[in-house]
Design a protein around this ligand. Sequence first.
Ligand code: SAM
Ligand code: SF4
Ligand code: SF4
Length: 495
Amino acid sequence: MLTIKAHEGIENMFYRQKFDTFIRIFDDVGYITNKSDFADRVTDASGTSFLSALSRSPQSLDTLCEKIAASFVGVTPQDVREDALAFYAMLETDGFIVSGETPEELDTKDTRFSYTALNPKTAKTDFTPQILRAKKSSQEYLEEHFKGSPRLFSFQMELTSRCNERCVHCYIPHENKISDIKPELFYEVLEQCKEMGVLSVTLSGGEPILHKNFCDFLRKAKEYDFSINILSNLTLLNDEIIAEMKANRLSSVQVSLYSMKPEIHDSITMLPGSFCKTRDNILRLIENDIPLQISCPTMKQNKNCFADVMKWAHDHKCRATTDFIMMARYDHTCSNLDNRLDLDDVGKVITDIIEGDTQYQKDILGSDFAERDQRDRSNDIVCGVCVSSICMVANGNIYPCAGWQDYICGNVQQTPLREIWENAPKVKYLRGLRKKDFPECVQCLDRGFCAMCMVRNANENPEGDPLKINPHFCKVAALNRKIVLDWRNKKKTTQ
Ligand SMILES: C[S@@+](CC[C@H](N)C(=O)[O-])C[C@H]1O[C@@H](n2cnc3c(N)ncnc32)[C@H](O)[C@@H]1O
Ligand code: SF4
Ligand code: SF4
């Protein structure tokens, strides 16, 4: 309301969306998201007219009102002016757009992602309930709204399966690390994504920076206004790529860092010297204010190290996550799982996670935590695969989720992406699954502590069946519940 008052009497303010903000319009629904603080909003049909008038270029209030009025019958720009002021003031207060008396003032007010402006974030800050709840409500709204014809929001492309590392746990069989995407195919599919209104494009691999057209690909993705994420080991970063990343509005670079001890990190990547390259290039990205997320999958080799990685990330104001449930390779050869933590070690990691995360501790001590996730979820979707996201490998094969490359739903060299997304039988099958299709899970007491996942089921199952629950998850979920609830009871009795 304050912002509205500030505008009163000013004949013509300028408005534009912020650098880190993305807008998508789906018929009568509008969506705006700010990738630097994970906020998002969904608008109803009339709000969508106000939202769609905005762009990355400064526009005067008069221009915006003219555009808005044109989308209603018998309405003048003057009629919508007051509503426009209120709507844009709200978006500005929530950090999505900037306003000012001159375009230059907008540039001054558009504060972008910067490490100097961030408070340190712990591993778990990513998963604070506020952020999850905020994302979830928009996501749930959109899922509900588009029921029957889901929209593709996130598309992941493996630019190359080649890699300069040979990580012991990698879900891509090493002998399959051989193909690059052809540039024509990349550009063609990117255009199809643009036409389908895709919001976020993830460039992964193998090691995506190995592709000789990596910078050209980034430029094109920026031209199409995608929110871009990159998954990389960063060992091959150079000045040209940093400059391109800086110019691009990257939403995040996710980098794998397994230990702060060079010999342990290198024993996982099997590439001598990789630790120093990855760490130094993380520091270069931080210097350049490029948003980073450190991923530290925990396995036998680094089971005592992940807390050091979390601390280092925290000290450098980087987000960081760990994952102790490794998936099998997508060709169902499971020898990479020899590196997976056994249950005792998983227990130690879970305990360390609790001890190292004060926000998580507060959640656990919350009044409703003991009943966590015990509500009936039998009609909920299983996850976002084929509901809002899908992936592609270098040869154009479309598959549901990272690591599930052998579940081929179609190929974009033969069939347009939209056709695969809307009609491919495997996509429709996965989209139609609900929690109740996993009968063991419906009444399971451990379900609130479980990371059951279809690709993990499928890869570890010789027939590749995503519905065959992997017993490892059940053991981890039961252990997770026990450790968390024991910790809670102990704290409650000493409080
Ligand atoms: C496949 S890599 C591709 C991007 C890049 N080469 C990298 O390593 O960051 C993406 C992420 O998947 C993780 N990953 C690889 N194999 C995995 C497995 N079997 N289970 C869980 N995560 C795995 C890696 O540690 C990395 O964080
Ligand atoms: S995890 Fe990434 S860096 Fe390691 S081998 Fe696999 S693709 Fe390469
Ligand atoms: S613990 Fe097992 S049965 Fe229970 S929800 Fe998880 S996967 Fe399903």
